[in-house]
Design a protein around this ligand. Structure first.
Ligand code: SF4
Length: 577
């Protein structure tokens, strides 16, 4: 007899940035070019996986459904019909990154309309910042605040199941007939080892719900399964526009200092991924923030574990050469992601505080990495920084040429606009005048509306004393076109790919002009319809080819035997239920 599948205790839904993006004509521009997601921002936060892992250990069933990805991949995918077929005990929706302000609220509204009795819970950093406003939306029942909500979420689900009061659940904002209640934000764990991020659960989820697509983190993940292992929550640095800076965390997540995952737990997680995939594994956060001993222990454990996957190290500052040599000794395949944001010291200082490295020191570090076995070195620059002018952006592109002249194709450069929003809660958001910013939105509702503007120039929630929104856009297309030419000239990308990117930049600029003139005439439905198809062609990459961000493929990315073993474990578990 065929057994029915278990309905989840929690259905986690990830919404697109703008819910009805398939029907709208919005030129989102290159705001997502430097992340694996498209402009739909279909990548769900890592928190989905830690929540699923934690609740699984507590005996609960969780299903992740990446609605954004399903909607991207099929124009016919019908969200209300899909939600109507589900019977979850509760629904969780992430509003972690603010660009989801429209989609997350709209998906919550649909869930509430179809399943009025099912509690809708929202969480993530943006939810935390806007919790008092968010809870006033009729479709939102609960908001969980903070950067670590797994145990409070478990308590909430148990209380809802048992009909128990929720007034003692930490970090919870909720409402009843008596009004809005904000429980104290007291759950701020000082260790991260209580929770894991188990990749095998995603495979199990696929088997359990006979659904290969819904749990995938982003479009193209099957082809480029980059795994991410978080190493830290919070940060010791003070970047002006970052919602995870030290000062921001103190207020927003009540985290007074960063907390690090123990080397043993971190490397165990790397091994868990390595059993499943041959793809690269990114360590999110700079290991050296926790001190040299911590970083050394991680490296030593990686060496003992004998992991063969490429390990991507994120560096927030320039490490001593000895650290790079230590990586090289312990990890056979490794690469580096480094984000100086600007090559100009004054701009970097304005963004990062007195940056503790010079551009010359950075170059020395890059050269040292290239002398070693570093397989790939990506350097990221940003547009929209305090003190940064159009000329400064142009000089940064000149500087990229200087780096290309080192003459090693393992090194590449990227430049993109900061956006579409300065993070809520960041120092730039809280004190815009002090850092030379002008904001166009402050509330959640204002951001939700910004997302519906016709071009990314009007979606940006900021401009600076040094560049208007228009100039930010101009500087971006100009920098992108010049950097693309340099990449072709210095062999970073093929002539063919370069031509494609150049055509994409030119077409995006032309579309922008047409949208602007349509706007000036007051806009009309016919123009919208004509532009929609063209705009969607630019929904993946504008200023660079997104494939540049991905790693080259080596045969099959997955360890099929392990996938089969996990599925077998699930099937065996089911027959004993
Ligand atoms: S952007 Fe700056 S403050 Fe934010 S996480 Fe990175 S280093 Fe830390």
């Amino acid at each position: 007899m065929r057994r029915s599948r278990p309905e989840p205790d929690l259905l986690l839904l990830h919404a697109p940035s703008v819910y009805d993006f398939r029907e709208r004509a919005i030129l989102y521009g290159p705001v997502s070019d430097m992340v694996p997601s498209s402009t739909v921002f279909e990548m769900y936060p890592l928190g989905f996986l830690t929540i699923a892992s934690y609740l699984h250990d507590q005996g609960m069933n969780v299903r992740i459904v990446n609605l954004a990805l399903r909607m991207m991949n099929s124009r016919r995918f019908d969200v209300p019909a899909f939600i109507a077929r589900q019977a979850p005990k509760a629904v969780g929706i992430d509003l972690h990154w603010l660009p989801h302000a429209h989609g997350a609220l709209e998906v919550a509204r649909i869930v509430k309309e179809i399943h009025p009795g099912v509690p809708v819970i929202m969480g993530g950093l943006s939810s935390t910042y806007f919790h008092r406003e968010l809870i006033t939306y009729p479709q939102v029942d609960f908001v969980l605040r903070g950067d670590s909500t797994e145990p409070p979420l478990h308590q909430l689900l148990v209380a809802l199941r048992d009909g128990a009061p929720v007034d003692r659940i930490p970090n919870l904002t909720w409402k009843d007939a008596g009004g809005i209640h904000v429980n104290p934000h007291t759950y701020v764990p000082t260790t991260l080892d209580y929770v894991d991020l188990r990749p095998d659960l995603v495979v199990e989820m696929m088997a359990r719900y006979r659904d290969l697509e819904s749990a995938l983190p982003f479009n193209g993940w099957w082809r480029n399964p980059i795994a991410a292992v978080f190493t830290v929550k919070g940060c010791a640095y003070e970047c002006v526009t970052c919602g995870s800076s030290q000062t921001t965390c103190t207020h927003l997540t009540k985290r007074q200092r960063p907390v690090f995952r123990s080397p043993a737990s971190l490397v165990a997680n790397v091994e868990a991924f390595a059993r499943l995939t041959k793809g690269p594994i990114a360590l999110i956060g700079d290991l050296r923030q926790a001190g040299p001993d911590h970083a050394s222990e991680v490296l030593e454990r990686l060496r003992s574990a004998g992991v063969r996957n490429e390990i991507i190290f994120e560096l927030f500052t320039v490490p001593p050469a000895a650290f790079l040599r230590e990586i090289d000794r312990c990890v056979p395949h490794w690469s580096i992601e480094f984000s100086p944001e600007s090559h100009e010291q004054a701009v970097r200082n304005a963004q990062e505080g007195e940056a503790d490295y010079t551009t010359e020191a950075m170059e020395e570090m890059l050269k040292e990495a290239l002398r070693l076995r570093c397989e790939r070195l990506d350097v990221f620059f940003m547009i929209g920084l305090p003190s940064q002018t159009i000329e400064s952006v142009r000089r940064t592109v000149d500087y990229c040429e200087h780096l290309f002249q080192i003459g090693d194709k393992r090194l590449s450069c990227f430049i993109s606009p900061m956006g579409p929003f300065i993070d809520p809660g960041s120092r730039g958001f809280e004190e815009p005048g002090r850092f030379g910013y002008r904001l166009f939105a402050r509330t959640l509702e204002e951001h939700r509306r910004l997302l519906l503007q016709p071009t990314w120039e009007h979606i940006l929630n900021y401009e600076t004393k040094w560049m208007t929104r228009r100039e930010l856009v101009d500087a971006t297309y100009d920098a992108a076109a010049r950097l693309n030419e340099l990449k072709v000239r210095y062999g970073r990308i093929s002539r063919r790919r370069g031509n494609r990117v150049a055509a994409s930049i030119a077409a995006a600029s032309a579309l922008r002009a047409r949208l602007e003139s349509g706007l000036a005439r007051g806009g009309d439905a016919a123009t919208d319809a004509a532009l929609k198809g063209e705009i969607s062609r630019f929904s993946m990459s504008t200023v660079c080819d997104k494939r540049e961000l991905f790693w080259r493929r080596r045969y099959s990315r997955f360890r099929i035997a392990e996938v089969v073993r996990i599925m077998g474990r699930y099937v065996a578990g089911r027959t004993h239920e």
